[in-house]
Design a protein around this ligand. Sequence first.
Ligand SMILES: [Zn+2]
Length: 729
Amino acid sequence: MRGKALYSLTAGLLLVAGCSRRSEHSPTAAVVLISVDTLRADHLPAYGYRAVSTPAIDALARDSIVFENAYCQSPLTLPSHATLLTGLLPPAHGVSDNVGFRLAASHATIATALKEHGYATGAAVSSFALRRDRGLAAGFDLYDDDFGPGSHDERAGPETVKRLESFVESHRDRPLFLFLHLYEPHTPYAPPEPFRRAYAANPYDGEIAAADAAIGGFITFLKERGLYDRALIVFLSDHGEGLGDHGEEEHGVFLYRETIRVPLFVKPPGSSGKARRVHAPVGLIDVAPTVAAAVGFPVGKELPGLSLAGGFVEGKNSRPRRIYSETLYPRLQLGWSDLASLTDDRFSYIEAPRPELYDLVTDPGQKRDLAPERPPALRSMRAELFGLRKLAAPPEKASSEELEKLGSLGYIRIDPVSAARGDLPDPKDRIEELRKYKQLFDVFYARRDAEAIALSRAMLAESPQILSVWRILATSLERQGRAAEAAAALESALARPDLTGSSEDLEQASGELAALASRTKDMAAAEKTLSGLVARGVGSEPVRRELARLLHRQGRVAEALAVLAGAEKSRDATTLDVYGALLAESGRHAEARTALQRALSLDPGRAEVLLHLGMLSLREKDAASAREWFTKSLAAQPSAPGTLAALGLAQAELGDTRSALESWDRALVLDPTQYDTLFNRAVLAGKTGNAGEARRGLERFIASAPAGRYAAQIAEARRLLRAFPAGRS
Ligand SMILES: [Zn+2]
């Protein structure tokens, strides 16, 4: 499978030239990739399935070379599309999983190569998993991943098609490269009408029918614009779907054929009604060389694949081709062993803690594992696979928002482990557990909190060490308004010595606990929780920050600063903000300014930071600058009583009494418990000669301000009241 790229490109070109008129393979022919996510080959009529109707895909198959045994190189959306566009195996392009990886800009892709040769390049994708920041957008003039306002993470095929069609309309004068990605067959299976009703018993097939309708619209469009005949069209899926065949409902864990065999058609330019079927095993790695052969220039440098444009040289290789696949998802997200496989025209070998070998000729459903009998194929495939595998680079940090979006698309994350740890469980021994997790994630993302609480408690009774389940329990409790129980759950989780999860998960969980603790009214309990975490070494930055805030609220500035020692190096705007405010209060003005300016550069326009910069200016007796900062802060967050109160102070300092009184009135409407403001307002009203207002304000202050905290001001207010006798207004 690692044939010399140059040789195969040339061979592909000759074969293409041999099968129809040369002029039709000019580099100006359109190149169209259509990827239907999660489409099992054996659920298409083109591969013998009878329970779904896909007229558009069938018609395309009749104009195409249909590959009977095409395999993806990873059963995961992002890694698989990275292979599709680069022609590289996953260990070479480095995108090991949907989370924590992106394609490096140094890799050439079909899009970058075609753009360099003058093509107009347009892509429209339908899932958050392929959003532009994952690196696949390189080389595309249009990379449309706009899923609409709100938190949408996928979109319907017809909408995606529309975006690509308008790109075509505005680039008719140039050769085109088009990449259409549809997401219908991916979970959740919820086909639109009329497919919902027609496929009520099998909504997965209903989604395939819906995708077919979108493709039908797109192909009709290409035909109407005169692009179809001259185009190279490659139709494929990035992976299949388990549908329970080996215990896996979706995809990503296993490398059995239901998830790695994919539909693959190649319609060469100029061909119609020339259907051919090819049985030799091929892979998505072959798509980039196929495009290269059709357009007449190389796409990548050393590509492991072969051109399929001429129908692939069946029987010309000296030995059967073996197609590589891998999945790191079980290792990176579930805490189980990763898997790799090789598939040839006879056998499928799966490398696992207990390796498996299947004879696909006599046992295409992979029910009888031949590995224990140690046939010769086992040893040779195992040896070849060994040379292809490479340890993945560690994933980068994923945000909780990203994980939530992917989670709502069915991407389950239970127990991430580092890429290097050995001796992990065999996924086939644990797949039943995954069903339970799947059920839990489904109710959790559907916000069925009561069910999620019951289910997670039941699961924790059996496996109390799984952090992600504790986090689901805590979040569900919190959503139900049970913050104290949520905090208790996270606290008992973080106290476990056997707790699983990556350091970043632990950090996020301790941050969640810190946020919960800081919201409770019981400051003593919150302080105990947070200082306990710091003492046990799980005191991540958010924990220390919340503890500092808690101490700050109690006026314990020096202690708070000690907890945040070293925070000037933080890259988190919130931490720098809290730290800067504390420094300002302890008189370290220059350091405070540095911290707050850094916070502002990380998060420009953040209201709290602007407020704290204004407070610092006030302390430095620069009321004009203070007024500017407060005004900016209010532009970002208009209904902030504390900021209005501070603005009033700056205005009063600058002699703008009228504005100061107005600011304080607005502050007191928003928050009548701003006692300092109430007092200040009364005093200022008195100074401007408005004795009635001053008197009313002071009386209200004396009646409402907490006597303990405001003892001094209350005494002062009584003294002032005597200066404003009743009736002298
Ligand atoms: Zn996918």
